[in-house]
Ligand binder design. Sequence first.
Ligand SMILES: *Cc1c(COP(=O)(O)O)cnc(C)c1O
Ligand SMILES: [Zn+2]
Length: 472
Amino acid sequence: MSTATATATSAAAYQKCMMPACGATYDVGEVHTSCPACGALLDITYDWDRLPTPTSLRDFERKWSRRNEPLERSGVWRFRELLPFAPDEKIVSIGEGQTPLHPSVGVAAYVGMNPGRMLLQYEGMNPSGSFKDNGMTAAFTHAHMIGAQRAACASTGNTSASLALYCGMSRLMQAVIFIGSGKISYGKLSQALDYGALTMQITGDFDDAMQRVREVSKRLGIYLVNSVNPFRLEGQKTIMLRVLESLNWQMPDWICVPGGNLGNSSSFGKAFHELHKLGLIDRMPRIAIINAAGADTLYELYEKRGLRWNDGAPDTKIIDGYYAELDAASERADTIASAIEINRPVNLMKCLRALQCTGGVVREVTDQQILDAKSQVAANGLGCEPASAASVAGAKMLREEGVIDPDEQVVCVLTGHQLKDPTATVAYHSSDQNEFNRVLGSRGVNTATYANRAVQVENDLDAIVRAIQLNS
Ligand SMILES: *Cc1c(COP(=O)(O)O)cnc(C)c1O
Ligand SMILES: [Zn+2]
């Protein structure tokens, strides 16, 4: 790409405060995790008139014959005309986003959908095993654009695994990750350590780690890649582009996604809003965001207390009041789905905007429902971690309520790979009641509804043969 084009690109993309009342703009070359003028989140915004935008989503099919080129192979960057903030030569890609959309007859039956109407977008297939790579490649690219030497995040695990992988593979930056002292799954922690990230384990939970990493990054000038980073959300938009691509550019009726820090749901809303503005789609899907019952801030605020985006003038007293109640009760998020164990979702405002724009709904599901759904996803051949299965458990709930019709088309996003968190899975299937209780009992999980228990048998040929005949 020529220098002239690069300049034009950077000028047509800028950062903009998301709150209509402020609307301050900043160059993409600046680094902010919130609006310097008012403290709200920033969006990456484009002057589409000045950019070469596709006239039809089918234009992207041209790229399929060029999959030997790294940027066309990437499931994120082959859509870069729709996230045009970086010159090609600065893009750092490791082949993220090669993720499939699978129809599942078995999961459809479990959820109560007609055959063929339930599809699973398997983001566990990403290089670090979660959807986070979609966003990390974009944030990392921005960090590289502005010459960062170190990049940091607080993480329930997958963001740090992803950052550590990009740092290790590109050798462009050092990763500094903050984790809480409590729950982080070994699958994720092992990735960060193995990829060589500087790992800071602080006393406290995710919300504490998040608070600290913001302070530390500011003081030391470290580039922050948490989902307050607006560039990450640009990369995550492409998850929906791939869904549409797999559906031959037809819009599904529903997108179900787990809600943690609400980056995914926010980016999906932004993607659909932009596609609609560009005339590339003619209708929106509805987004269903699924909280875990033990970390249900969005559900509480949106469904119970009536908080709405309200065209950019949300009633923030509702939020302040709820957070004050959480503080007064010293209430901490608590769920087996550690990736969504978050009580103060940083992208709340953007998510409210996405809910308005897509006519979305929010539900909460228990850890029991999450683990049962997870086992049914796996029994149908796609392993996911507990948080991911919230999307399927939520779809089932919305089906039972009659909100989702059995003949609508539903896409559930499976956000992370099964091997991220084997502890919960093994406990669920364990025949050892003590092990089950130790890991799951304290979370109100009583029954391993779909347990597949190992058969205990003595080391004797005849006994083994008998046991197989008896059990198959
Ligand atoms: C980060 C994460 C989530 C939560 O996504 P948000 O965008 O923060 O709402 C859900 N599932 C998995 C596996 C994750 O890693
Ligand atoms: Zn502002």
